[in-house]
Design a binder for this molecule. Structure first.
Ligand code: RIB
Length: 307
């Protein structure tokens, strides 16, 4: 039987603007479309993991407002169990997402609001849940102290610990040493290691630098080039799957992390779990939005079977 997945992170409402380009300072331009929907890396990863079949518990903070209602609806539909502190002194946050019309690529500003006030106390109040996890996942949109504390509890409890170091930040070695797996994308890997990741060879160098700082394994996600897995004994490049034309890449990393977590909680080997994460992400980029783009388990299995 698959173990429990516990994810600590942020929910925000994504406000996604599709346009030919971003405006310059002082300029107004016309966009092609606007969509409001559920987002936030931790929440997206929870939705992806639950849609892929995981037993997911999501720890976060919300305000008491309509965006909080959107969060709860999203989790109820995906089958995520919320572990929420309601913060009446703040607001549920939002993200500005620019989507480049020609490529589907994105640039994001996130204001986490209440989730930016997730505290060590919030985490310690869920210590039993975290310690009992099979897989624990967090990112860096909420305060680093909360992530660090949760990683300590998860490690002490014997969970497989995954840090998705997004957005990039300076991470103490002591915290990296608590991570069984880190999953930066190219720019995050460069931000942490100083090595510019431009392909598989440089991804390997960055992964090696992360291992030297104490992580058990590094998975560098490489966009359309898939992902590179590296630990002390193996280095494996896993390509993406062809699931159809790319519509929007926002949330692809979250799809990968959610799929990875579910696969590991089911006991898959790390490389099979990376393939599962790549398949999850390959489907998500064929659809608009972040949380709404996450595929169901049957779709992932069908894509993996097709190869
Ligand atoms: O990874 C994509 C997510 O990053 C978006 O949903 C946005 O909310 C930001 O948190």
């Amino acid at each position: 039987m698959a173990g429990k997945i516990v994810i600590l992170g942020v929910f925000v409402a994504d406000t996604a603007y599709r346009a030919e380009r971003q405006p310059r300072m002082g300029e107004t331009i016309l966009g092609k479309s606007f969509v409001l929907g559920p987002g936030g890396k931790g929440s997206n990863q929870s939705v992806a993991a639950a849609m892929a079949g995981g037993d997911v518990h999501f720890i976060s903070r919300l305000g008491a407002d309509p965006f909080a209602d959107m969060a709860r609806d999203t989790w109820a539909r995906a089958g995520v169990t919320p572990e929420i502190t309601t913060d009446g002194e703040s607001y549920t946050g939002a993200a500005y997402i620019f989507i480049e019309d020609a490529t589907g690529n994105n640039a994001i500003i996130i204001s986490p609001g209440a989730a930016g006030r997730i505290s060590v106390d919030d985490v310690e109040a869920r210590a039993d849940l975290i310690a009992g996890a099979s897989v624990f996942v967090t990112q860096l949109e909420q305060p680093m102290a909360a992530a660090h504390c949760a990683l300590q509890i998860a490690r002490a409890g014997g969970a497989r610990t995954i840090l998705n170091p997004a957005p990039a930040a300076e991470i103490p070695d002591e915290m990296l040493a608590l991570c069984d797996i880190v999953t930066p994308n190219e720019s995050e890997a460069e931000g942490i290691t100083g090595i510019a990741v431009t392909g598989i060879e440089t991804a390997h160098q960055a992964a090696e630098a992360l291992l030297a700082r104490g992580v058990g394994a590094a998975i560098i996600t490489l966009g359309e080039n898939g992902a590179l897995y590296h630990d002390a004994t193996r280095t494996v490049h896993v390509p993406v799957f062809d699931a159809g034309p790319v519509v929007e890449t926002t949330g692809a990393g979250d799809a990968f992390n959610g799929g990875l977590a579910t696969a590991l909680a089911e006991g898959m080997d790390a490389i099979d779990a990376v393939r599962f994460g790549c398949a999850t992400a390959s489907i998500s980029v064929t659809r608009p939005g972040t949380a709404p783009s996450m595929p169901a388990r049957a779709e992932i299995d069908a894509l993996l079977a097709r190869g």
